[in-house]
Each structure stands twice: as C-alpha cells, then as structure tokens.
Design a binder for this molecule. Structure first.
Ligand code: TRP
Length: 455
C-alpha cells in the first residue's frame, strides 16, 4: 500500500506533528497582535466561531483527502478525480506555502535573536515598553542581521525536512511540544498576577461589536485558517502520511482544541501584561517581542530563565510550523516532479530564502518597503501576511470545500473518515462542507471587497 514515502509512526506522533504545524507563531505572535489591532473581544469571539464552524470541517476535508490519496497537495486532487483542472487548487497551495514561509521565517529569525538576547542578560534590569521597543527596533531594522537570521532559521527547517517524516519531524515534535505548554502556563500565571491585569482579560474576552470592522471579520477568518494550517494543503500533505488505523475526527478535534487553547493562552500572557505596563494593544507585528520582556523583568531573578525557555520553545514551535510549510512544497516536488527529497529540500528552501529577503528588509532596514512609506498594508511583510495568510488561504479553503463537497464527494470523504468508527454527525459535516463553509468564506471576502476594507 505504501511505497517508501514514509509514515507517521503512531497516532500520538501524528497528533503532535499536526499540532506542531498548527501551533506556532500564529498563536503567540500573530493572534495577539491581530486581536490587538482589531479591538480584542469581538474579534476573539468571531475567531472562535470560525475555528469550530469552518476550520474543523475544512481540517477534516483536508485530512481525508490526504489519507485517501496518499499524495501531495497537488497529487491528491489528481488521484481522487483524474483529468480535471482541480490540481490547480493544490498548485495555489504550493505557491501559498512559499508566500507564507517568506515572511514567517523572518519573524522566526527574530525569535533566534531573542534567545541570544535573553542568554546574554539583555532584559535583566528594569524593562519598560520604551526600552524594550528600542531593542526590538534595533533587531528588526537591521538588514544584514534580519537576512542572516532568516537564512539561519530556514537552514534549521531544511535540516529537519531533509530527514523525512518519522525520523525528523515526528521525533522533534514529540519531545518539545509538551515542554512548551508547561512554560506557557507558568507565564500566564505571572502575567495574570501583574498589577492591573484584569483590564487585559477584559480586552480579550469582553466583546465590543461596535469595534468590529469588515477588515476585522476577514482577519478573524484568516487567523482561524492560518492558525489551523488549513487552506493550502498542508493538512492534505500531513494526512497523506497517516496510517489507516488513526481516527481522523478525534485527531482533528484534538488538534483544533490544542491550537485554539494555545492561542488563548498566548493572549492571556500578552494582554494582562500589556495593560499592566501601559502599552497600546495595536502595536503591530512587534507587539509580542516588545511586551514579553516586560513580563520577564517583572519576574525578578527567575525572569531570565523564563525568558530563555520562552524564546527557545517559541523558536521550536515556529520550527515545527516552518517544517510543515516547506514539507508541502517538498512533497509536491518529490511526488509529482520525481525530485529526490535531498534535492527538493535544498533547492526549494534556497528559493524560500531569496523570496524572504524583501520581508526581512521591510521592518526598517529599507525605507521603501517599511512602515511609514505608504506601502499597501503598511509594509512588505504585513502585505505578504495579509495576501498569503488571509486571502490565499480563504480562497484555497473555498475550493477545497467545493472539491470535497461536490467533486470527489462527501460520501467518499465520510467513508475515509469512518474507517475506525462512524463519523459523528456525518450529515452535519457534509452540509457544512458543501454549503455553509464555502458560502461563508465567500461572503466574508465579498463583504471585505464591498466595504473596501480589505487590507
Ligand atoms: N499554523 C501555523 C501557525 O499558527 C503556521 C502554518 C504552518 C501554516 N503551516 C501552515 C499556516 C500551513 C497555513 C498553512 O504558526
């Protein structure tokens, strides 16, 4: 049945790898800053609705496509219904993979710099949002520095992807994800006990719908898809390595719960501390990097240790995500273009590095791409984040639903999901994938275009 493509070794290994893909900078970096820019509570509520009503059904659609076909994001469409134009949807996914990786690796590079900064005691004294902001500004606006860090992070990614499915990715995820959770919970405890923390909790959970712009609705949808790693075939790819005895619905639900839980934990770390030190919630992509050091400083002696642990584990969480992004691209070239894994990893990783350079230079190093230049979306990195992370994923999700709902067929998908026990609410799932999910995503996109509020 399997022909040397490799497999996950166990259900736990798969869940941790899929959760590793889902949990990353999207939870700790993107979710808080996007929630901050979009007014908090109402955005968060909408995000949760999108995760469970659209995200989980699409996640299941992707996983069943992957496992039924045992092919890449492109090959799955070809294998399930031959001779159609549908593999183009997988092609969009591969392009989206390049696009997301190109800005994601830049942020991931910053985490490496922050490992170094905490190791050398940079945040040991009194830290204010101003002093921390100045350090962040120096890190993010250094052109050669940012390019080097981006390259270093991509190199780490390539080293794991080169190792293949169970050897590289699964082993790394199994050990490190649980440790991350423990450190995060400790940080929530500290942040919640800072003076004035309650205001942060209110910001996150007390919805004020008057603050909800059309842009915020697209961002909430984009965030739900981005955070679950769906809409571009990453979960088709991961599903393709799944043994047949793993229960898909249970796994998908566990992954979604983990992922959403950690995003909320991310918010519960950032916002109480943010209000406690009197910073503004709409601080943009630098938000997490500016606020976290103020928490470590409030922890006194143990702060440095927590700082080191936090950035090391955030880098690891980012790594298990960049691995899945590169894996989509690599699996496509290995399966469909018959490249060796080795060649695919180095060549495609190298291309990612080149297209990441404009994003690396867009946080102050090169003015025309940076904030304040009037660049659409604010700066080059933010624009890439919006185009690939919101729009391409939304469009991908619509077509994946249409393919599974109408072309391959919900019957085949339900059969794939029911291999180890009947899918609970199969009728409901089918209805969602055929009608509600594609229409809802389409409506959100139309609403944004209509109001002109799309960046
Ligand atoms: N979900 C990851 C995060 O939240 C990012 C990510 C990894 C991703 N693979 C993906 C997003 C595939 C979309 C598609 O950090």
């Amino acid at each position: 049945m399997q022909t040397g493509r490799g497999n996950w070794n166990s259900r736990l290994g798969f869940i941790l790898a899929a959760a590793g893909s889902a949990i990353g900078l999207g939870n700790i970096w993107r979710f808080p800053y996007t929630a901050g820019e979009n007014g908090g509570g109402a955005f968060v509520l909408l995000y949760l609705v999108f995760v469970f009503l659209i995200g989980v059904p699409v996640l299941l659609a992707e996983l069943s496509m992957g496992r039924a076909s045992e092919r890449s994001a492109v090959g799955a469409f070809k294998k399930l219904v031959p001779d159609t134009w549908w593999p183009a949807v997988g092609g969009l996914g591969v392009i989206t993979g390049f696009g997301i990786l190109s800005f994601y690796a830049v942020i991931a590079g910053w985490t490496l710099q922050y490992v170094y900064l905490t190791l050398t005691g940079t945040f040991s004294g009194e830290v204010t949002p101003e002093s921390s902001g100045a350090i962040f500004g120096a890190v993010s606006s250094s052109g050669p520095g940012a390019i080097f860090l981006t390259g270093l992070f991509l190199l780490l990614t390539m080293l794991v992807v080169r190792g293949g499915i169970s050897g590289g990715i699964e082993r790394a995820a199994k050990i490190l994800m649980p440790v991350f959770l423990v450190v995060l919970v400790a940080l929530v405890a500290r942040s919640l006990t800072m003076e004035g923390a309650a205001e942060g909790v209110r910001f996150l959970f007390d919805p004020d719908f008057s603050k909800l712009s059309a842009g915020a609705v697209v961002s909430a949808l984009g965030q739900a898809l981005f955070s679950l790693s769906i809409g571009m075939g990453a979960m088709i790819t991961y599903g393709s390595y799944l043994p047949k005895n793993v229960n898909l619905p249970t796994s998908a639900f566990i992954v979604a719960l983990f992922d959403t839980g950690i995003a909320l934990i991310g918010g519960l770390i950032i916002f109480p501390a943010l209000f406690s030190v009197g910073a503004a919630p709409n601080g943009g992509p630098g938000l997490v990097f500016v606020i976290m050091p103020t928490i470590f400083s409030a922890m006194g002696g143990a702060g440095q240790l927590f700082g080191i642990a936090f950035y090391v584990l955030l880098a690891v969480a980012a790594l298990t995500s960049t691995i899945s992004l590169l894996e989509v691209i690599v699996t496509y070239f290995v399966d469909e273009q018959k490249w060796s894994r080795e060649k695919a990893t180095w060549v495609l990783g190298g291309i990612c590095f080149l297209i990441a350079i404009p994003s690396a230079l867009s946080q102050g190093a090169w003015a025309p791409l940076s904030p304040g230049s009037g660049f659409p979306g604010g700066d080059f990195l933010s624009l890439a984040n919006i185009i690939f992370g919101n729009y391409c994923l939304s469009i991908g999700a619509i077509f994946i639903c249409l393919f599974v709902g109408w072309k391959w067929g919900v019957k085949s998908a339900v059969a794939e999901m029911s291999r180890n026990g009947a899918l609970p609410a199969a009728g409901f799932w089918s209805f969602m994938v055929r009608f509600v999910c594609p229409l809802a995503v389409l409506l959100v996109l139309i609403y944004a275009a209509w109001t002109g509020n799309y960046l």
